[in-house]
Design a protein around this ligand. Structure first.
Ligand SMILES: [Zn+2]
Length: 84
């Protein structure tokens, strides 16, 4: 069951891979069992049956360094709070 069905969904993400600009194009394809998919100009592609998972993984792929930095920051905050 897929409650997150978006009709005619397409999306373009602009990201960076180590300073290189990339474009990720995402679209819904009903002929595929996993309807939502994206393809990056670096050659990587991903498919998912969930719109949200597809959206999140596209953003994660578009900005790997930014998200890694955010994750490190969050881990640091968590550690600091627990030490008190
Ligand atoms: Zn890429």
């Amino acid at each position: 069951m897929d409650r997150h069905t978006v009709e005619g969904w397409t999306c373009t993400y602009h990201g960076l891979h180590d300073g290189t600009k990339v474009t990720i194009k995402a679209a819904r394809d009903d002929t595929h069992p996993e309807r939502y998919g994206w393809t990056c100009t670096c050659g990587v592609s991903h498919r998912s049956s969930s719109y949200y998972d597809c959206d999140r993984s596209a953003l994660r792929h578009a900005y790997p360094t930014l998200l890694d930095r955010l994750r490190q920051w969050a881990a640091r905050q968590f550690r600091t709070r627990r030490a008190r």
